[in-house]
Design a protein around this ligand. Structure first.
Ligand code: GLP
Length: 242
C-alpha cells in the first residue's frame, strides 16, 4: 500500500524522515536500516544529528546499510558515498552504529564485494526501514531503468542521465564514474517499510510516472506500487504533477 504524505517545504521532508528513522531506532532492539545519499536526504541527516546530540536517539544498536557506492574511486575520495556518510552523519554524532555496511569503491573483485554485501544483508535479517530517493530517470539506489525486479546486489552501469545529474559535483562528465555497486530491487522490496523522499520540481514528472503508470521495469521506482508498506514523503513542488 502506498501512503502519500505531502509537506509544504523541503525542510519538512527532512524532519519527517528523521522522525521515521527515530521511531525505528526507538522501537527495535536491533534495528536494521538502509540509508540513501544524494541531495534530497541532507535535511534528514541534519535533523537526525540534532536529535542524537539532544540525546533523543542513538545508533549504537543499529545495523546500517548504505544503498550504493560509486566504483573506481579511491575510498578516501570526497565524492564517495562513504565520505558523504562520514561528513553528513557519522562525524556529527560521535558514536558508531553496531555495524555499517557500504560497498568498497575500489574493490579488487567487485562481484565478490556484491556477494559480501548480500551475505551481510542475510546476516542482519530483514530491513526494518529502507529510506530511498529517486533519480530523474526513476532509478532507486543505482538500480537503473531496465534492472530486473529480482535483482540482488550488483554492479550497475550508470546511465548517461544519471551521470549527467552527478557531473557537476565531479567537475565534468568525463570525471564522473561510469559504474557503481547497488543494493538490488529484490533486497529493497524485502524491507518491512520503505520511505521514499522526493523534493523539488525536477522530480515532479518522474514521481507522477512512478506512481500513476502501471509498474514497469523502465521506471524502477514504479515497483514501489507492489510493496505493502511504502510511504512517500514529498514536498509540494515534487507533488505538483500528481
Ligand atoms: C543518486 C543515488 C540515489 C539517489 C539519487 C537522487 O543517484 N544513487 O540513491 O536517490 O541520486 O539523488 P538526489 O536526491 O541528489 O536527487
Amino acid at each position: 500500500m502506498l501512503e502519500l504524505s505531502l509537506v509544504e517545504r523541503y525542510e519538512d521532508v527532512g524532519s519527517e524522515a528523521a522522525q521515521e528513522v527515530a521511531t525505528v531506532l526507538a522501537d527495535r532492539k536491533h534495528p536494521v536500516l538502509a540509508l540513501p545519499t544524494g541531495g534530497t536526504p541532507r535535511g534528514m541527516y541534519t535533523s537526525i544529528v540534532k536529535r542524537v546530540l539532544r540525546g533523543e536517539i542513538r545508533f549504537s544498536h543499529a545495523h546500517v546499510f548504505n544503498l550504493d557506492e560509486y566504483l573506481d574511486l579511491a575510498p578516501t575520495d570526497s565524492h564517495t558515498f562513504r565520505s558523504y556518510m562520514n561528513a553528513t552523519l557519522w562525524s556529527g554524532i560521535a558514536h558508531h552504529p553496531a555495524s555499517w555496511v557500504i560497498p568498497d569503491s575500489s574493490p579488487s573483485d567487485p562481484m565478490a564485494e556484491c556477494r559480501a554485501y548480500d551475505r551481510a544483508l542475510v546476516e542482519a535479517g530483514t530491513l526494518d526501514l529502507a529510506v530511498v530517493g529517486i533519480g530523474e530517470n526513476g532509478h532507486l539506489a543505482f538500480n537503473e531503468p531496465g534492472t530486473p525486479w529480482t535483482s540482488t546486489t550488483h554492479v550497475s552501469c550508470l546511465s548517461l542521465e544519471t551521470r549527467r545529474a552527478a557531473a557537476l559535483a565531479f567537475g565534468g562528465l568525463i570525471q564522473t564514474p561510469t559504474r557503481a555497486i547497488t543494493m538490488g530491487l529484490a533486497s529493497l522490496l524485502a524491507a518491512r517499510r520503505i520511505l521514499l523522499l522526493v523534493a523539488g520540481r525536477g522530480k515532479s514528472a518522474i514521481l507522477a510516472r512512478a506512481l500513476l503508470e502501471p509498474p514497469h521495469a523502465a521506471i524502477p521506482a514504479s515497483i514501489l506500487q507492489t510493496h505493502p508498506n511504502v510511504r512517500i514523503l514529498a514536498d509540494m513542488e515534487a507533488a505538483s504533477e500528481l
